[in-house]
Design a binder for this molecule. Structure first.
Ligand SMILES: Nc1nc2c(c(=O)[nH]1)N[C@H]1C(S)=C(S)[C@@H](COP(=O)(O)O)O[C@H]1N2
Ligand SMILES: [Mo]
Length: 168
């Protein structure tokens, strides 16, 4: 490189390195989930917004289970909660999971790390309308561990989820 070009090349590098590293893509469809609080991969002013396609692209699971709120067994599928938190770069100890109505529940982050909890987007393969507990529901793996079938976990099974705040 010729000497007189150097300052401009340096400026170029500086400009590029000052662009914030937004690792999370921008949602293309309607935003159905916002993760706020302690997130290191925001895609909008300190918050991580997700549309349905972004959530369904993450590693997930499907489980057929009995629940207190639907007759018979149903299959819930969706991304693992821990994968959603990872995509947002969320770190902390408590998740305040807030619904479209004013229901909220405090969920320990350990429920995402040690249990196969999912943010269910589908019930029996179909998207869940808001009137039917959608668009997102926190579903515990009741099919894998019957000990979870208690009021403690039912109360954390927030449906119509809109927002998760990550607290230290
Ligand atoms: N969005 C939303 N999710 C919710 C609730 C609620 O009122 N709104 N109630 C919680 C509680 S306290 C329990 S025990 C379970 C089951 O509630 P149900 O008895 O009303 O079916 O859902 C949980 N998830
Ligand atoms: Mo409850």
């Amino acid at each position: 490189m010729r000497r007189r070009h150097f300052p401009f090349v340096l400026l170029g590098f500086l400009a590029v390195s000052m662009v914030p590293a937004f690792a999370l893509e921008q949602p293309k469809g309607p935003v159905i989930l916002t993760i706020k609080g302690n997130v290191s991969q925001p895609n909008r002013a300190g918050e991580a917004d997700f549309d349905l396609a972004m959530l369904e692209a993450l590693p997930g699971r499907s489980g057929r289970m009995e629940t207190p709120w639907v007759k018979g067994t149903v299959a819930y599928s969706g991304p693992l909660l821990r994968e959603v938190l990872k995509a947002a770069g969320a770190s902390g100890r408590v998740l305040v999971v807030r619904a479209l109505n004013d229901y909220k529940a405090d969920v320990p982050v350990s429920d995402a790390e040690t249990l196969e909890t999912i943010l269910a987007t589908r019930q029996d393969g179909k998207l869940m309308p808001v009137r039917d507990k959608g668009p997102l529901m926190l579903v515990y793996p009741f099919d894998l561990d019957t000990k979870l079938f208690t009021e403690k976990y039912f109360a954390r099974s927030v449906w119509q989820i809109r927002e998760i705040e990550v607290l230290p």
